[in-house]
Design a protein around this ligand. Sequence first.
Ligand SMILES: Cc1ncc(COP(=O)(O)O)c(C=O)c1O
Length: 349
Amino acid sequence: MLRPRRAILEMAPYSPPSSGREGKIRLDFNENTLGCSPRVLAFLREKLSEERLSIYPEYEETRRALGRYFSLPESHFTICNGTDEAIQVLVHTYVGEGDRVLVLHPSYAMYRFYAQVAGARVAEIPYRPGDLAFPLEELLAAIGPDVRAILVSNPNNPTGSAIGLAEIVRILEAAPAAAVLIDEAYYDFYGVTALGLIEKFPNLFVSRTFSKAHGLAALRVGVLFSREENVAFLRKGQSPYSVNALAALAVRAAVEDREYLENYVRQALAARGLLYEGFRRRGIRYWPSQGNFVLFEAGARAIEIRDALRARGVLVRDRSYELPGTVRVTAGTPAQVARFFDALDEVWP
Ligand SMILES: Cc1ncc(COP(=O)(O)O)c(C=O)c1O
């Protein structure tokens, strides 16, 4: 047997449960539950040709469109193959074997994943028991000179907890030697961004994705922002063609259709309110969320309930492996919430 690096040997494998989802009510991955803007498909149809597919991707137009959309110069971001590549590039740029990385728990699994691949020592700061609030003081206390990266989902998946700019500034000021990533995958549902702090803090990195509100999860597009000199280092260690040509085209159309995005976000926020109301009426405990998803308490039967909902065509995500008894449901549209509760009422308690 050819022996891999120790970091790989010691890692637990990660396999998201993600097959056979098409055609069901997808309330399990916090995607856009309707699909992307129809303008994306129309644009792809118009632009695709045999020749286009034979040419390595070109990003100039996409960079220009993203610069306009995010109101930042092109020198301040790099386009990535999803947030996942953004996390990987950041970790590979700043974290070495044996360095310390701070993440929160529970949070997006890929932070720990890429830090472990790099051979880092990962410390997990738990969200506060009970209300699952952001453990700011605990995180600040864990920061030391050997911490090279702090990876924060804001709002956090799966708890829905979020912090404001004042808290982000406290983290940035406490960790001048660490790359601090604020992952804003759910920005469109929250509306608070750290992008405005980028010029002021040389240790700040912000990521956005087109996988959630924009409905392009299959294409894998994210954007990683920082100061110009940091972005130059990130790009040095990044594959020059990690984003494929279809994805680069699709994003250009997606950013043009703000109306589609705003309309979907409105529906998701209404759906979130209906989830709260439905849980309250049924006496089911839930955690208020700043994202397009709500975590609720399903108790000892969490996995059974997930499976029974699946049998009725409604997909939700069990989180009991990290927060016992909890299940996460995506806030899609009001009609999807109604379908969810109809199915839940058949299987609850
Ligand atoms: C906090 C967070 N970041 C990033 C992602 C994934 O983003 P991408 O599809 O851009 O890799 C997710 C998806 O679940 C997420 O919850």
